[in-house]
Design a binder for this molecule. Structure first.
Ligand code: CA
Length: 226
């Protein structure tokens, strides 16, 4: 399952994609304008963005640029979906850092396959072992050590830690953590996040200081003060 933000102004196509990608097991949030789509992507930090280039308010290329230039969102893969023959847009899109391109009309099956490929590439991104001072996180082996001693974390705590540590220095909203770690709709019980962060911090001991509270927003993994 992937969380997808779809930015598409054609209502019919939007509905078809929301329905079919939902059937394929993805959770899709849709927007009809560049502005709304950008806001949605920034808020929900999805696993993937599907981006139409011809949008009513401004070109989809500007959404691509905005997401790829923001350290918080630059790793979110983007697949451009646009009308056939717009060769210029295709080149521009890929130059702007889009991860793939699909010309309309396309089959949902093809889109789903392309999405899987892009998502797989994304998963292998980043080092398997992350070391920050006395903390060592081995994502492949599911091992966490502090000063050489292995910690016993629950699967959820491990996921919470790896989510925070791979998004180092980036503030994670409670709703984002709820969606990415718990995989439930955001806004249900943000208190759950606080409870688990506290437990994780306690288990990490001295290394718990890396998980910083950003008041009124959420949490950030950081090895610098503040
Ligand atoms: Ca369009």
């Amino acid at each position: 399952m992937a969380r997808v933000v779809l930015i598409e102004d054609e209502a019919d196509l939007r509905e078809i994609l929301v329905y079919n990608l939902g059937q394929a097991g993805h959770r899709v949030q849709a927007a009809a304008t560049a502005e709304a789509g950008l806001r949605l992507a920034r808020e929900s930090m999805p696993d993937l963005v599907l981006l139409d280039l011809m949008l009513p308010d401004r070109p989809g290329t500007t959404v691509c640029t905005a997401l790829k230039h923001d350290p918080r969102t630059q790793d979110i893969p983007i697949i451009i979906v646009t009308a056939k023959g717009e060769e210029v847009d295709r080149i521009v899109g890929l130059e702007l850092g889009a991860d793939d391109y699909l010309a309309k009309p396309f089959s949902v099956r093809e889109l789903v396959l392309r999405m899987s490929a892009v998502l797989r590439r994304g998963e292998s991104k980043g080092p398997a072992v992350i070391e920050v001072a006395e903390l060592r996180v081995d994502r492949d082996a599911h091992r966490v050590e502090v000063e050489g001693s292995e910690l016993t974390l629950t699967a959820l705590e491990f996921k919470l830690l790896t989510t925070l540590v791979t998004r180092r220095e980036r503030v994670q909203r409670r709703s984002t953590l709820l969606a990415d770690v718990w995989e439930v709709d955001p806004g249900v019980t943000s208190r759950t996040v606080d409870t688990h962060v506290k437990r994780l911090r306690d288990k990490l001991g001295a290394a718990g200081r890396f998980i910083q509270t950003v008041r009124g927003v959420g949490y950030r993994f950081s090895d610098t003060d503040g």
